[in-house]
Structures are given as structure tokens and as C-alpha cells.
Design a protein around this ligand. Structure first.
Ligand code: FAD
Length: 418
């Protein structure tokens, strides 16, 4: 393959990960085309909770988690649901998920998560500088609040993992946290505040602003449904789309929860679940929040955005194609009112999205084994908004063979055995 050909890049997926990857590749001099059936940031990256969380290093699978699962599943307003007809298909993933929560595996997982997430806030500030939309990402605290004394316990394993990695957090009383965020209910008895956090006022618009920046730098975003990735005899790939094809020497698969489906025909199997989550926007909330708030009892996040107050969260395992069950979004009416008593819940907008979740909460970032110059950046689960800018940098460094000073083994696609 000629040098010129390998400098043509196609990114599959215009979510926040694909957009940040396109920007990073363009900065390295690649001619970049991003293919997506939707416009930029219109799938999962549109509706998340907006937390830019540089200190996130605690995976979803933790020792003892299974003890809470029956209680959650029995509660219709609980944070977890499984459609029972889907259960047999997710069992292999579930086995790997529970295995990832073994105490001995946690430190390496936490380090790998932190390496991707830690630079996020600085990188977003850099990416937005000069755009006129710098205020889309604000510095803030992340307040984990509870209705119980010690409901968010700084001595439990999750907080110990954070402390060992230098996460700047401190425990607060209910009164102390209400001084910081006065709209919180008097029922809130304890909190943990993480400093040096960020939040976006509109995740979808953030993606669109960054895509517009990429476009101004020459990146193309044609609408296209990708049907297949076909290796070419002389190197590079043909990307079959509905009604035609594209070709490039360098390809990056960043198709979020749909990525595993596109790898299947290449004989590459990768454990990835569409972990569905919901949001509800309270359009005329009557209150304003200045920080991201995690309700540690009901396991959802709420914050003020351009569209109103958005409450988001829940994990639903039902398969990637199942229809949304918006009762999961309506749960946020009661939960949000209990957290923020003055919230006006009259006018709402509901949404469902698919987190691309690997069993161990570590994104898949690297080169597909056996497929030179087919790179991948997907599987960011609960933290794709946060991990996107660094993922773009990592993929661009791999594509240019520049040193990264990061051990890439934890992010390998075949770490569960291929
Ligand atoms: C309720 C909820 C709350 C969340 N809160 C946060 C948060 O506060 N902070 C945080 O960091 N993360 C959060 N997340 C996670 C975050 O939203 C995701 O990890 C992130 O959006 C994934 O980005 P992505 O670019 O990988 O995927 P996506 O945004 O889903 O983009 C993938 C793109 O690929 C395209 N695509 C797929 N297949 C094809 C094909 N065959 N042809 C053409 N196009 C294709 C899709 O159309 C889509 O646009 C949350 C998620 C949910 C659901």
C-alpha cells in the first residue's frame, strides 16, 4: 500500500468517539471520512448524563455486586432490568462480567480506565477553544448524595480504589452539600464530593460543534449505512454501504454498541452488550443545578442542561434492537422529585440510548488482530463522553505509529480470548 493510500482514513460511527477520533486523525494529516446512517452525535452520544468524569476508575462489576441484583430486579423502579427472554443470549457476557469483578483484577482495570478518562476535561477545553462554544463544557463537582448517614461510604472498596489513585474527594454532611447545591432535599443526609470534574450543558450539541470543527478542517460526514468491512488484496479496506462503497488504507471502527455486529463477518467475536439507559428532561424545571449529582440510593445522575434538568441512568438488558420501554424513563419523575423537591415535573421529554458495554468497563482500543490498519475505538459503556477525546488520541497515535507511553494490552479486542 502506498504511503498516500494509508493516509486516507474512514471512521465508522459519528458518535462522540468517532468525532473525536476523526479530529485526532485530521490533526495528524489524514484525509478523513466519517460514515454514519445518522448525523453527528444522534445516537447514544445525544442523550447521556453529560458527566465529564476524569477521575472515573471504578468498573460496573465489583465484588459483591450480585448481592444487590435480586433486590434491584424485583423493584420496578430499581436501577436494573433484564428482559427474561433475552437472558440466555447474554449469559456468556454475564459470566465474563462477574469474572471481571474479582478483587484481584480490580487494580489493573481501574488503572486502565483512569488512563483513558483522566485527560478528558483538559482535552475538551482544548478541543472547544476558539469555537465560540467553550461554555458547553463547564468545570464543576460531582456530588454523590444519599438519604442515609454514610450512604455513600468513603471507606468502601469503590472509594478506596479512588483514594489509592489520588482522586480528590471528601465526605460532606447533608447541610454541607445543600450549601453547595441548595435545591437538594432536606432528606439528603450524606454526600461525597469529587473535585476537578466537568459537565456538558448539551452532549448532543457538543458532538455537533466538534463535528462542525472537523468539517471546517476538511473531514467529510456523508450519511451512509455501513454493510460490511472487506479487506483488499493490496492492503486497506473496502467499506460497503447501502448503494455503493468507499475505500481507505486506514479504517477505525467506532460504531458504539453496533461495533461487534460489524466485526462478526470478519470472524472476530467480541463480548459487547447494548446496556440500554434512559433519560427524562424536565423542560421547565423551576430550579437550576450547578453540579452533576449522582443519587447513590437510586443510582441515577441529574444536572441542569440547556434543555432543562436531565435525569439519566438505569441499565436495561434487552438486546440492541428491542423497542424502548419508556416506563424506565418515567421512573425518574418520582426519583428526581424525591431528590429535588422544588423540581417542576410537568413537561418532560423521554429518550433511550445504548451504552456499548464490555464486561470489564475497559474500552476496546487498538488494532483488530489479523487486520492491519483496521483500528477500533468502542466499548466505553457508562463513560464514552468522558473517554472519547483520549480514545481519539490513542487511535491516532497507533495509526501514525507514534509512542503513547500507555500499555495498550488492557484495551485489546482479544483479551477475553477472541
Ligand atoms: C443514560 C445514559 C447516561 C450516560 N451518561 C454518561 C455520562 O454522564 N458521562 C459519560 O462519559 N458517558 C455517559 N454515557 C455513556 C455514553 O453516552 C456512551 O458511552 C457514548 O455515547 C458512546 O459513544 P460512541 O460514539 O461509542 O457511540 P454512539 O454515540 O452510539 O455512536 C455510534 C454511532 O455509530 C453509528 N452506527 C452504528 N452502526 C452503523 C452502521 N452499520 N452504519 C452506519 N452507522 C452506524 C450509529 O448510528 C451511531 O451514531 C451514558 C449513556 C447512557 C445511555
Amino acid at each position: 500500500m502506498t504511503e498516500e493510500k494509508s493516509r486516507d482514513a474512514i471512521v465508522i460511527g459519528a458518535g462522540i468517539v468517532g468525532i473525536c477520533t476523526a479530529l485526532a486523525l485530521r490533526e495528524k494529516g489524514f484525509a478523513v471520512t466519517v460514515l454514519d446512517r445518522l448525523g453527528p452525535a444522534e445516537a447514544t452520544s445525544h442523550g447521556n448524563a453529560g458527566v465529564v468524569s476524569p477521575w472515573s476508575c471504578v468498573p460496573q462489576s465489583m465484588p459483591g455486586l450480585w448481592k444487590s441484583v435480586p433486590k434491584w430486579l424485583l423493584d420496578p423502579a430499581g436501577p436494573l432490568t433484564v428482559r427474561w427472554s433475552y437472558m440466555p443470549r447474554m449469559l456468556p457476557w454475564l459470566g465474563k462480567f462477574l469474572g471481571a469483578g474479582a478483587p484481584g483484577r480490580l487494580p489493573a482495570i481501574a488503572d486502565a480506565m483512569l488512563a483513558v478518562n483522566r485527560p478528558s476535561l483538559d482535552l475538551y477545553h482544548q478541543l472547544l477553544a476558539g469555537s465560540g462554544d467553550e461554555a458547553l463544557v463547564k468545570d464543576c463537582y460531582y456530588l454523590h448524595v444519599s438519604r442515609h448517614d454514610g450512604g455513600a461510604d468513603p471507606n468502601d472498596l469503590a472509594w478506596r480504589l479512588r483514594r489509592e489513585r489520588g482522586v480528590p474527594f471528601e465526605a460532606l454532611s447533608g447541610d454541607q452539600v445543600r450549601e453547595i447545591e441548595p435545591a437538594l432535599s432536606p432528606d439528603i443526609k450524606s454526600a461525597i464530593m469529587i473535585r476537578q470534574q466537568g459537565r456538558t450543558l448539551n452532549p448532543g450539541r457538543l458532538g455537533k460543534v466538534l463535528a462542525a470543527k472537523a468539517q471546517a478542517m476538511g473531514v467529510r460526514f456523508p450519511l451512509a449505512e455501513v454493510r460490511g468491512i472487506v479487506p483488499l488484496p493490496d492492503g486497506g479496506y473496502r467499506i460497503d454501504i447501502e448503494g455503493g462503497s468507499h475505500a481507505a488504507g486506514t479504517v477505525v471502527l467506532a460504531a458504539g454498541a453496533w461495533s461487534a455486529r460489524l466485526l462478526g463477518p470478519l470472524g472476530v467475536r467480541v463480548p459487547l452488550e447494548a446496556e440500554r439507559g434512559y433519560h427524562l428532561i424536565f423542560k421547565d424545571p423551576g430550579i437550576t443545578l450547578t453540579h452533576s449529582i449522582m443519587d447513590a440510593d437510586n443510582k441515577f445522575v441529574t444536572s441542569s442542561m440547556e434543555m432543562g434538568v436531565r435525569s439519566a441512568g438505569t441499565a436495561e438488558f434487552a438486546g440492541i434492537d428491542a423497542a424502548p420501554d419508556y416506563r424506565r424513563a418515567q421512573v425518574f419523575v418520582g426519583h428526581s422529585k424525591s431528590l429535588l423537591p422544588a423540581l417542576n415535573t410537568e413537561e418532560t421529554v423521554e429518550w433511550m440510548g445504548r451504552r456499548p458495554s464490555p464486561p470489564d468497563s475497559v474500552p476496546y482500543i487498538g488494532e483488530v488482530p489479523g487486520y492491519p490498519r483496521l483500528f477500533h475505538g468502542f466499548g466505553h459503556g457508562h463513560l464514552g463522553l468522558t473517554g472519547a477525546p483520549m480514545t481519539g488520541r490513542m487511535v491516532a497515535a497507533l495509526a501514525t505509529e507514534e509512542p503513547l507511553n500507555i500499555d495498550m494490552k488492557p484495551y485489546r479486542l482479544d483479551r477475553f480470548g477472541g
